[in-house]
Every structure is written in structure tokens, then in C-alpha cells.
Design a protein around this ligand. Structure first.
Ligand code: GLA
Length: 911
């Protein structure tokens, strides 16, 4: 029975939720300085409520402890000269006096408010007072002068006078204001006091532009790209100055009300969430900032809930931008690492040095996309694999997304992570709320490798469904590159027999199995087996495969429909389209309108019929075109800006329903290869097809980039035919094996076209993969930097740029076993010697036996340089036994002999 106090209701009522008294606190709130200290593993994330009620970011770095007053960071930054000075941003002396008039007992919170809303005079000029120091001084003055207690209006003023604070003169407007106030007689009655606690007065904001902020709106002094934007329908205004109202720390996470995947949703052990309520005091629009922390993980996850609880009859609000998290950083030599590509070349690593201006990463294709991946890293200085300050960002979302990285005039950098605001608007009716997807910011002072290992842990431990967490992915054969659309019962059985013989466990029947699907022009939507190809149906095929000890997996593309299909004939209105316009096709198909619940239900039913009709244990869920014509016949005009996001929510609802119904079916996601390889889908599909390009060279670059945040066990990787169907390149089986071993592992080729010797080799390699799989799938993963030939080695990074040589390794949690892989693609470096390969993650004091697997079957003559069949050729003439320290500090010499040469080492510690 879960403890009801620790499980928040889905409709969050803040007052109902408390932190368990016995949980170690990950969030400290220092009420004196109104500072939050979040303990994120070995890192600390601190921010304070400033004198204007804004949340000022103070620090994100190594843990220094929550006992420190970090508000000095905020005091010592000057305001920007000539920056917009919000007139009347603070209370005048007159106002202060009026506010305290008649109040004899003032509590410390009111004192804080009063004493922070004023201006101090320095050197004759008026400056905005960074008055946390004033508060601090006041508090100490008070503590030292207990005899003056209780705190009264006159005693406050006395202390203020003594502390050389002077006040701005009342302006004519202020006087007029105060006239009105005086008429109401009670100047600091209950309502006003409440206002004091919740606002810095409407229209009175501080200098926001030079501050690091936790949330930012446009129009009241911060000119950087905002966290969110709204438009109030009633008066067309777009101003939304937010001030702190209250906060709460809860056990676990705040569940999503719209079905978004969240870290910790399936494993909230030890998690804590800080919820900070911000409010626009004029309209009462509320913005909740959610910060979730997990013990021992140096990461902060963030999201936002916007509530339209307008009291002024502002009516509907159009939410036109809603970022999940805003992260502001001080000046540094910032570099940005991101993942870019296209079809068949996804997630290559790009780096650039930031300069003034904005870098925008994102997708408006309706899917997270081949072109950009919702991930980036800020590095202080050029990116290094195992040292240096880094902040990694990942968005848990599968649709249109945006990351804005803006370097401003001051050198500060803002990173905004969230939904794309292109073609986005959300009609937020009164009392309605909107929640953003979750984004994660990982801190590492150990380079990109540190960012990677934290993301891998988070995804494995907090995102993937517990039933799949320790999965050893079955060795599969996929029919696509072996048979394409020619999937017939007999052909499949013909492929299944050698597959079984080499050790395959699962056969995945790809595209082509459903009614009349002989090419890509027809039948999507009609999910009924083609009896001409499968006379005994899916069930008959499953039975035959099961009888020989193989499982059956299947391909579907449930979000799509071809015009040539029964579904489209019956429901032409079920696709995304504008009724008066031509419907644009991609790969001859149209996109079903997943914003509609009837369409979602149809998909849930048709997938259930397929999965329920035969013993199917694996589903490859494909999605082969971007969204266009994003208009829904089912939504009113005011909600057409919601289509892209509602599509994604519809998709998540479908995934939730079918995975609940078929918990034993392993789902793999796919989108023309890796067009929707995002963290969100891993919540239901613990693996994703990396790319339609299964050539070992292209794949290495793709998997290097993907490994930045995605664990190895999530990356779909197969041994494919030679020459490659995508590049016509040829690599020896060993090299193709090494690349597939760095992922889920499978075969994607027609085994009937291999020679007996090749089949024997595949059999040996499959057996080796099974022996190493626990380690490669669930060990710690390391990219190995600094290895390469003259001119090609990128000193401190791995997988960045045009390197020719790549190396990576996997280490068991106990550090007693490891697997090391390295390969070269073009040996345009004859006669040159590479640097040594230095390993990572080992125990310095342990001695490791090194076994080289799969020796190369060619030898090179020393005197004429000629290659000839020979072998087995090992890279090392004797069996090495070396300490972890030597392997990591001194390294191993590795010489490659020809294009596509590779190395596979297994390390076993001597007991
Ligand atoms: C996409 C996938 C491929 C294959 C085909 C089938 O391109 O990425 O792996 O499933 O569709 O049409």
C-alpha cells in the first residue's frame, strides 16, 4: 500500500502534500535570505526570491552546502546603466510609513517585505538597492537590539534611519495613489498585507535584464528570450510580471495530468519536488515551477504548469510560448555541443563557440526529428570528454521542440528548453491549466563523459519501465533489408531456419505483411494480415516460429494511412488536413489526426487486434513522415494552434494504453530510422531504431552522437549486408559486429546469401555477443578520447569532428570486467603511428587479463607491405596482463592495418 501522504493526487492540491519527515531533505529553504538550495547529487542548485519577488538564480555547481548565504552574488552585480529603470519600482518612504501606520506588531516576513522595497542612496546617485544586504543588516541589528522588540513601525524606521538608507521622494502620482489609499483608511489591512506577501506591486519590477533568472517574461525589463508568453484576450495585453507567492516541497514527483512521460513516474523512490508558485498579481495568472531531484544524481529536472485563475475577468488567455526550463549562466568561454543530421545520418555531433546572439535548435516537423535532437551541452571552453565544466540539457518530448541558447550583451547565456513556439498557441480558458513537458539539466565537472553517464543512469533507473530495466535485448533478425516487401510465410521460414541455427532468438517481420501491401503506396491503416502472403495468418506464422524456438515480432506504422486503404475510404476526415486544401503526402501517406479521441481509440483497437491475435512478443512501431497540414477538423478555430502538441499527447495516450494491455510485448520505436529518437518515447519503447543507415562507418558516427545521452541498451543496432544497402561500402564482419554490439544487437541481412564460413562466423559472433551482453547493455559506457593518427586525433574529445578512428568501452558495475572496441575507417595514414589507447573506468589497483577477440583474417608482409589471406592475426603478440592504472594512464598501443580494421578486447580482473 503506498503511503497516501507520499503519493500526490493527480490534481495537485499543494496544501495536501507534504514531505515525509524522515526523508533526507534535498531542498533547503533559508527563510532569512529567501534562498532555495537544491541538492542534486554532488551538485548544488541555488536561487533566491529577490527584492522584487523575481526568482534570481545564484549558483549551479559542485555542492558547497546549504548553510551559506549566497545572496552576496546578487548584491555585487551592478545594474546596467541606461537600462530600463522601472520608475516607482520600490516603495517610497511615504508609502512605507503609510503601510505601517497603525500596525504595532509586524512579523518578520512583513519586515522582510518592507525593508526590501526601497531605494538606497550611494554616492549621490540613485541606485537600485540590491537590498538583500539591507535585510541582512536589519535582521542583525534587530537581533543585537532585543530591547527594541516588539518590532513596530517606528522601530523599523529608526533602524532604517540608522542604517543610512534614504528614500525616494513621493512623486505626484504616488501622492495621488496614497490619497486613494488614505481614503480607504486601513492602509495595511488584511488585503494589503496579503499583497505585500505576494507581490512587488503591479507594474513595479526590478532590473531584470542583468540578472540570472529562473523564469522570465517579456515586456517588463528582461529583453532576453522569455520563458513564456501569453496574450490576454480581453484587453490584448501580453504583460506577465511574475512574483513569488509560495512554495512547497513534496515527496516524489507531481504526476502529469496530460499523460506526459516524466522521470520518476515509474520509480519515484527518494525523489523530491520543489513547487514554486509564481503569480501575476494583476491578472492572477499562476505559473508553477517544478524542480525534481533524485538522490545521488547531479541533475535538476524542470517543468512548468500555467493556470489561468484570472480574478479580473480576463477570460481566456492564449499561451503562445511555454518553455519547460530557463537556465541562466554567467560569462564563460561557452561552447555548444548539439546533435544534428538528416535521414540516414542522424545525431552527428556538432560543436560551436558561442558568441553574442541566439542559437536555436529545434524541430517543427511534428516529430523530434532526424535533423536536430532535443539535447545539447554547454561546455566551458572547447568540449572535452573527461574534464571540464558542462551542463547537459535533454527534453522529454517527441514533437515540436525548441532550445534557445542566447548570449547577451553582458556575456551571460540563457538556455531555454521546451516546446517550439512555432505554430503553437494554447487556449487557456478560465480555471484551466497547461503543463509543459519535462526537461533535465545535468551538471558535470568531468566533461561530456560525466554528462553522458548521468543521463544514462537517469534513463535506466527513472524512465524505462521497471519490467524492461534489466532486459538483455533478444538477438533478433529483421526482415527489412533481407526481404523488403517480400514477406511471405515460406520466405520467412526460409530465413528463420539459418537464423535459429546462428543463435537468433526473435524474428521481426517488417513492413509488407498486411493486406495488399506490396510497396509503399497502399494499405497503411488496414491492419489485417494479407492472406495471400500469410495463408495461416499471423497466428500460423507465430506457431511455426515458436515451434522451432523463435519468437515473433512485427512491424506496424499505426499513425499513418494511405489514400489507397479501406480506412481512408471510410474516414477521410480522420487525417490532418484543412478541408479546403490539398492534403500533402509524404511517402504516399497521410498522417492520422491523433488529436481526436476516436482516432486514438481506433489505433488502440487495431494494434490490440494484431497483438492479441497471435503470440507476438515484439512490436516495431514506425512513423515515416513529418506532420504537415496540421489542422484538425475536430477542433474549433481558437484551438488550431494546439494541434501539434495534442498530436503528441494523443500518441502518448495510445502508447500508455497498448503497453498497459500488452505488458509482455517489447516495443521498439522507429521513424524512418532515427527520426523520433527522443527520451520521451523510451518511457514505453525501451529501444529505438537508430537509423536506416546500417553501414558500420555511418553508424559509428550516429551511435557516438546518440550515446551522448541514450544508454546503449536503447540504441537499435544490427549487422547488415555488405556492400551496405545505404552506402555500398564494405566492412569485414568483425567490424560490423563491433558496431552492432554497441547497441541492442541484431541481424538485418539475408542469411541465405551467406557462405557456410560466413554463417559459422556469424554463429560464433552471436555466441560472443550473448556472453558479453550483460556487460555491453548494462555496464558503464565510455567514449575513449585522444586516440588517433597524426592530424586526425581530436585531443580531448571522442566522436566529435571528422575523426577516422573511434574507440569506446563498457565496464561492469563491479569494475572487474570490461569490453573495449576501436576501429579505423580510412587508412589514409600508412606509415603513421597512432597515439595510445587509454582506457577508462577501471580500478587502478586491479590487474586485468586482456583477451583479444576475433583476430583479423589477413596479414601484411613486412618487406613488401602486401596483404594476403592469413591469420588469425592478433594485434598483440602475447597475452597482456596489466593493471587498471597502467591501462588508464599509459594505455595500449593499437595499430590498424587496413580500412575498416578493428579491435575487440575483453578485460577480466584477476581475483
Ligand atoms: C522505415 C524504417 C525501416 C523499415 C521501413 C519499412 O524506413 O526505418 O526500418 O521498417 O520503414 O517500410
Amino acid at each position: 500500500m503506498p503511503n497516501s501522504r507520499t503519493v500526490p493526487p493527480s490534481n495537485l492540491a499543494m496544501e495536501d502534500i507534504f514531505l515525509d519527515e524522515d526523508s533526507p531533505k534535498l531542498v533547503e529553504f533559508d527563510a532569512n535570505f529567501r534562498t532555495f538550495h537544491l541538492q542534486a547529487g554532488s551538485s548544488q542548485y541555488s536561487f533566491c526570491v529577490d527584492q522584487y519577488g523575481s526568482l534570481e538564480h545564484l549558483y549551479y555547481g559542485n555542492w558547497v552546502g546549504s548553510g551559506h548565504d549566497l545572496t552576496y552574488l546578487s548584491e555585487s552585480d551592478p545594474s546596467l546603466t541606461f537600462e530600463t529603470a522601472p520608475a516607482g519600482a520600490q516603495f517610497t518612504a511615504g508609502e512605507l510609513k503609510r503601510m505601517v501606520e497603525g500596525e504595532e506588531n509586524i512579523d518578520s516576513r512583513q519586515l522582510w517585505m518592507l525593508s526590501t522595497h526601497m531605494k538606497s542612496e550611494r554616492g549621490g546617485d540613485w541606485h537600485m538597492a540590491r537590498v538583500e544586504n539591507l535585510t541582512w543588516r536589519l535582521r542583525h541589528l534587530w537581533e543585537g537590539k532585543k530591547e527594541e522588540a516588539p518590532v513596530t513601525a517606528s522601530s523599523i524606521l529608526k533602524v532604517l534611519e540608522r542604517s543610512s538608507v534614504s528614500f525616494r521622494e513621493d512623486s505626484a502620482a504616488d501622492k495621488a495613489d496614497s490619497g486613494t489609499a488614505r481614503q480607504s483608511k486601513r492602509v495595511i489591512g488584511a488585503r494589503e498585507r496579503n499583497q505585500l506577501e505576494t507581490e512587488s506591486r503591479p507594474g513595479r519590477q526590478g532590473y531584470k535584464c542583468s540578472k540570472l533568472l529562473e523564469v522570465s517574461e517579456f515586456g517588463t525589463g528582461d529583453f532576453r528570450t522569455p520563458s513564456l508568453s501569453v496574450s490576454f484576450r480581453k484587453d490584448g495585453s501580453r504583460l506577465l510580471p511574475l512574483v513569488y507567492k509560495k512554495h512547497q516541497v513534496i515527496s516524489g514527483i507531481v504526476p502529469s495530468t496530460s499523460g506526459l512521460p516524466l522521470l520518476g513516474a515509474r520509480n519515484r523512490t527518494g525523489a523530491q519536488t520543489l513547487v514554486v508558485d509564481m503569480v501575476d498579481t494583476y491578472t492572477e495568472l499562476k505559473v508553477q515551477l517544478l524542480y525534481t531531484l533524485f538522490p545521488d544524481i547531479s541533475a535538476v529536472s524542470r517543468r512548468v504548469i500555467v493556470r489561468n485563475s484570472s480574478r479580473l475577468g480576463m477570460g481566456d488567455v492564449d499561451l503562445v510560448k511555454c518553455m519547460s526550463g530557463t537556465f541562466d549562466f554567467l560569462t564563460n568561454d561557452w561552447h555548444l555541443v548539439s546533435l544534428h543530421g538528416g535521414w540516414a545520418c542522424e545525431r552527428n555531433i556538432t560543436t560551436r563557440r558561442l558568441q553574442e546572439g541566439m542559437v536555436q535548435l529545434g524541430s517543427n516537423r511534428g516529430v523530434s526529428s532526424h535533423q536536430m535532437n532535443p539535447f545539447c551541452v554547454l561546455t566551458a571552453g572547447p568540449p572535452c570528454e573527461d574534464h571540464g565544466l558542462c551542463y547537459g540539457f535533454l527534453l522529454l518530448y517527441s514533437g515540436n521542440w525548441l532550445m534557445e541558447v542566447e548570449q547577451t550583451q553582458t556575456g551571460h547565456v540563457r538556455v531555454n528548453v521546451g516546446l517550439s513556439d512555432t505554430h503553437f498557441s494554447w487556449d487557456l480558458g478560465t480555471q484551466q491549466s497547461f503543463e509543459s513537458p519535462e526537461c533535465i539539466c545535468v551538471f558535470s565537472d568531468k566533461g561530456l563523459g560525466g554528462v553522458t553517464s548521468t543521463f544514462h543512469r537517469l534513463i535506466n533507473e527513472r524512465l524505462i519501465a521497471p519490467r524492461w530495466r534489466d532486459l538483455i535485448c533478444p538477438v533478433l533478425i529483421n526482415t527489412w533489408e533481407a526481404l523488403y516487401f517480400n514477406v511471405e510465410h515460406e520466405n520467412i521460414m526460409k530465413l528463420a531456419r539459418p537464423a535459429k541455427d546462428v543463435g537468433v532468438e526473435l524474428l521481426v517481420m517488417d513492413d509488407g505483411w498486411f493486406v495488399d501491401r506490396n510497396d509503399d503506396t497502399t494499405s497503411l491503416g488496414d491492419w489485417i494480415e494479407d492472406k495471400k502472403k500469410l495463408p495461416r495468418g499471423l497466428n500460423g506464422l507465430a506457431k511455426d516460429l515458436n515451434a522451432m524456438g523463435l519468437k515473433l515480432g512485427i512491424w506496424m506504422e499505426p499513425e499513418m494511412v494511405n489514400k489507397s486503404s479501406v480506412l481512408y475510404q471510410e474516414h477521410p476526415e480522420w487525417v490532418l488536413h484543412h478541408p479546403a486544401r490539398v492534403r500533402s503526402e509524404g511517402r504516399n501517406q497521410l498522417v492520422l489526426d491523433l488529436t481526436r479521441s476516436d482516432v486514438q481509440d481506433y489505433i488502440i483497437q487495431s494494434v490490440s487486434n494484431v497483438l492479441g491475435g497471435a503470440n507476438i512478443e515484439y512490436l516495431k512501431w514506425d512513423m515515416n513522415r513529418a506532420l504537415t497540414d496540421a489542422y484538425s477538423a475536430a477542433l474549433p478555430p481558437s484551438q488550431q494552434g494546439e494541434v501539434y502538441h495534442r498530436y503528441v499527447l494523443g500518441l502518448y495516450r495510445i502508447f500508455e494504453a497498448v503497453t498497459l494491455k500488452f505488458p509482455h510485448v517489447l516495443f521498439e520505436s522507429c521513424a524512418s530510422g532515427g527520426g523520433r529518437f527522443d527520451a520521451a518515447l523510451l518511457a514505453w519503447c525501451p529501444q529505438a531504431w537508430c537509423s536506416d543507415n546500417s553501414d558500420a562507418y555511418s553508424r559509428t558516427r550516429i551511435q557516438m552522437g546518440t550515446s551522448m545521452w541514450a544508454p546503449v541498451r536503447c540504441m537499435g543496432a544490427h549487422i547488415a549486408a555488405c556492400p551496405s544497402h545505404q552506402t555500398h561500402r564494405t566492412f569485414m564482419m568483425k567490424t560490423r559486429f563491433i558496431v552492432a554490439l554497441w547497441g541492442t544487437f541484431g541481424l538485418e541481412l539475408d542469411l541465405n546469401k551467406l557462405s557456410r564460413e560466413e554463417l559459422d562466423e556469424v554463429k560464433e559472433l552471436v555466441a560472443l555477443r550473448k556472453r558479453l551482453s550483460q556487460l555491453t547493455l548494462h555496464g558503464s559506457f565510455f567514449r575513449l578520447p585522444g586516440f588517433g593518427y597524426p592530424g586526425a586525433a581530436h585531443a580531448n574529445s571522442a566522436g566529435i569532428g571528422d575523426s577516422n578512428v573511434y574507440a569506446w568501452m563498457f565496464v561492469a558495475p563491479e569494475q572487474d570486467r570490461a569490453v573495449v572496441s576501436a576501429l579505423i575507417f580510412h587508412r589514409d595514414t600508412v606509415g603513421r603511428f597512432p597515439s595510445r589507447l587509454k582506457l577508462r573506468g577501471l580500478r587502478p589497483n586491479l590487474s586485468y587479463d586482456i583477451t583479444e577477440h576475433v583476430p583479423t583474417p589477413v596479414a601484411q608482409g613486412v618487406f613488401n607491405g602486401m596483404f594476403q589471406a592469413g591469420g588469425p592475426t592478433f594485434k598483440h603478440q602475447r597475452r597482456l596482463q596489466l593493471s587498471g592504472l597502467v591501462l588508464m594512464e599509459v594505455g595500449v598501443p593499437v595499430h590498424f592495418n587496413f580500412d575498416g580494421d578493428s579491435l575487440l578486447l575483453e578485460l577480466t580482473a584477476n581475483s
